[in-house]
Ligand binder design. Sequence first.
Ligand code: ARG
Length: 560
Amino acid sequence: MEKHVLALQLSHLLGEEFSREWVYSLIEIPKQEKFGDLAFPCFQLAKSFRQSPAKIAAQLAPRLEHDLFASAQPAGGYINIFLNQPVLTEQTLKQILTEGTNYGSHQFGADQNVVLDMSAPNIAKPFSMGHLRSTVIGNALANLAEKCGYETMKINYIGDYGTQFGKLLAAYQKWGDDEQIRSNPIPELTKIYVRFHEEAEQDPSLIEEGRHWFKKLEGNDAEAVKHWKWFKDASLEEFNKIYDLLGVTFDLTRGEAYYNDKMDGTVYQLKENGLLTDSEGAKVVRLDDEGLPPCLIKKSNGTTIYATRDLTAAIDRYNSYQFNEALYVVGHEQTLHFQQIKHVLAKLNLPWAQDVKHISFGMMLQNGSKMSTRKGKTILLKEVLAEAIDQAKTNIEDKNPALINKEEVAKQVGVGAVIFHDLKHDRRNDVEFSLKDMLTFEGDTAPYLQYANARAQSLLEKAKYVQEDAEVSLHDPNAWTVVKQLRLFPEMVMRAYTDYDPSKIARYLLDLAKAFNKYYAGTKILQEEQLHARLTLVYGFSVVLKEGLRLLGIHTPEKM
Ligand code: ARG
């Protein structure tokens, strides 16, 4: 709001060629409070005005006037703007009181829908840290999209097809133990799969057996299908336990295999459009003009592959939902695959191809290298979550043994810690897996945020604050940093969504909580004078913090 006012005034003063948008994009928020609340750098104006930035700042500053500005001061090549604290504080508190959890919402996504492809673990394999990333990033993006007015459709595209299932079926024939699989499906299936790979190194005939079983599966052989279905159901049951813990739901869970009998249409369409070429017996779509390797559609032995299924699924999704955006939250090792998918869709003259976006993320590394199931060294998410919850429980016993709903709070804190640890990083970066970092409850963590809220809640409870007592006129310079943070929330929501970057919210919440904790430490909040206004600020803080955490998929206990 104040940024828009400033941009408008400056662009008026500067003349037509300096648009409001351009000015807006240059406005900074100074790191140090002594430089004001907003700053406008004049360096880029020097050339047009043939004057030093300092001179330009000195000329412009006195001409900036508005109710929202307390003063505008030139300093070096900058104009530093100090805002009218009482007016803006009042506005902010009023707005949060009236809008409640709707504060920070937008309407730019109204009447549009976003389809998210997220989580997508592979059956018969442990739920990996990479799939955790896809799940929590996708979930946060869906929440953010909804906050911006979009409708969302969350799809879990389970990896339930491919040659590896031939290998698994072959391994099952050899070493499968029904009893074990029933009681402990994923570890048991992983074990025989790993063994298959190990033994195949000595005995190449195994690979042939794997192929044979995949052929059977493709040919709908009753036995192959029966076992494959069993492995799938057992895996999904395990995955659902994790989704329950994470509090993530899907609008549609649909495996890759669903598209097996629907790919002919895609292949036909590609052919009709003259896009299919032969390459050593295989069918491919050449992407030379895009500078990409060809997209493989059909192998020389006639089997279709991952890309063909993804193309078919994308077309099916568009036909079903007419999405405005389709976001694929998948690790960056699949970047080439999604570039190829997008280009092939574009070559089919499907105008919506441009709305297909790969939201890539970095890998979870272990000692600097990728975790791999084949070698059996994947860290089990289930164990990480269990340990986080355990640790949260220990902390509660330590700090607040009288707490009534310990189990529930421990779950919210432990799971929150794991989710936040992921989301606070820029998604594009690789993250070194560290159980220790994940389970630290101090510093830049979810429990730190949750504690700040519990502190706020306990103040409100002590003072028996009810919203009817709210007062919005607060004259307290110490409160200003908190108010300023509260004012940033709507913009942060918008930027987090438009950049597909939940870490913007995560880092914002840390700044907000730090400002609040500083205020809490330096000000006696429960004092007679301006009590209700101060409590309203505390209440506003709690509303925004909780809503921000909700967007990230994290619960906030009232007490901890
Ligand atoms: N199951 C795949 C994997 O674990 C990810 C699938 C991503 N989604 C997609 N539409 N391709 O690598």
